[in-house]
Design a protein around this ligand. Structure first.
Ligand code: ATP
Ligand code: LTN
Length: 327
């Protein structure tokens, strides 16, 4: 069985974007792949975090994965910081990555341009991501479009390493969702719906109340044309609402356009809000059960044991090839 691996940083509260662009894909794939899903908590500290919030969010995110349908029987679920091989391999990969390559990462450039001070970790973060992937010989990496470049970097590093030291790493392929690769901010539909921008009117959090969800969707920014059709350039707000509806209803964009072609914006928003509310309330109900059950720690303990063994083997293979250690 081919291996699939993905992670969602606990850098903020998970959003509808995380669900549609990330978790939903993993749920669809879990029956057909050997699936690994982890919490990249070390990635979260590339920007400042409050320790007590981070600690809480790590468990919360695992409970949310489960509530969204990630089945612990079908997935290996683990915490990045509990396995030292991620950071160990990351250092080795850093020494096999060119400054020029790392400099081309658009997400870094974008994030760095908005801050006065940026950490070195924010710059090297895609290389830690490469280690996350290569350590487990993942064949496929489901991610939103913003992470595609990082998977391409991973491929380049792996190919270079294999060429120099002999076949060591599996070359991974990104899997980008056909619909919902980038869910946009409801207030600024040319910008990604982001969890690190905090609890704003433009981001729907998976744990938002029904009232808040409805308010956010009903006040989503649209345009003044009052015709419903899909056109990202001309109608980013409406296209975003159609995309959300399409993804959550599992209907194609064409079908969804057809359903709403004679509707006004108010009706479209109400229908989208109803669907988001039904989806998220169901997730929230299960989330409460998981949080109270103690299953999160059980799942993470089990995951840690499984991945430690795999990672150690791959890491030692790398050390041997480099002439490091005493093998
Ligand atoms: P941030 O929201 O802080 O920018 P992120 O997207 O960088 O976070 P994660 O939560 O780790 O970080 O992302 C998990 C997965 O969900 C990634 O594959 C990412 O591409 C995807 N994802 C996150 N936000 C969206 C979105 N708005 N639309 C589509 N996919 C998304
Ligand atoms: N960088 C990703 C999270 C992430 C990841 C990974 C995703 C860290 N390691 C490995 C897939 C595979 C992000 O910010 N969304």
């Amino acid at each position: 069985m081919k291996r699939l691996l993905t992670g969602l940083k606990p850098s903020g509260e998970l959003t509808l974007g995380s669900l549609i662009g990330g978790i939903k894909q993993s749920v669809e794939f879990q029956n057909n792949y050997d699936s690994f899903i982890f919490v990249p908590d070390l990635h979260a500290i590339t920007v400042p975090q409050e320790a007590y919030l981070l600690k809480e969010r790590i468990r919360k995110n695992v409970a949310l994965y489960l509530a969204c349908g990630i089945d612990p029987q079908k997935n290996t679920i683990y915490l990045q910081s509990e396995n030292v091989y991620h950071t160990n391999l990351s250092w080795i990969l850093e020494c096999h990555t060119y400054m020029g390559e790392a400099n081309r990462m658009t997400q870094y450039k974008d994030k760095a341009s908005k801050k006065e001070q940026v950490s070195v970790g924010l710059f090297t973060y895609p290389i830690l991501m490469a280690a996350d992937i290569l350590l487990y010989s993942a064949n496929f990496v489901p991610v939103g479009i913003d992470q595609k470049q990082h998977v391409e970097l991973t491929r380049n590093i792996a190919e270079r390493f294999n060429h120099k030291y002999g076949d060591t790493f599996t070359i991974p392929e990104p899997i980008i969702p056909k619909i919902g690769a980038k869910i946009m901010d409801l207030q600024n539909p040319t910008k990604k719906m982001s969890k690190s921008s905090g609890d704003t009117k433009g981001s729907i959090l998976l744990l938002d109340s029904e009232e808040v969800i409805r308010k956010k969707i009903m006040s989503a920014v649209t345009d003044s044309d009052n015709k419903v059709y899909f056109d990202i350039e001309k109608k980013p707000g409406i296209s975003n609402l159609l995309t959300i509806y399409s993804s959550l209803s599992n209907k194609s964009l064409q079908e969804v356009e057809e359903i709403f072609k004679d509707s006004n914006y108010g009706y479209l928003k109400k229908e989208v809000a109803d669907l988001v509310v039904i989806t998220l309330l169901e997730i929230q109900k299960k989330y409460q059960e998981y949080v109270q059950s103690g299953i999160v720690d059980e799942v993470l303990d089990h995951g840690r044991k499984t991945v430690e063994k795999i990672a150690k083997e791959k890491y030692e293979e790398v050390l041997k090839k480099l002439g490091l250690g005493r093998f």
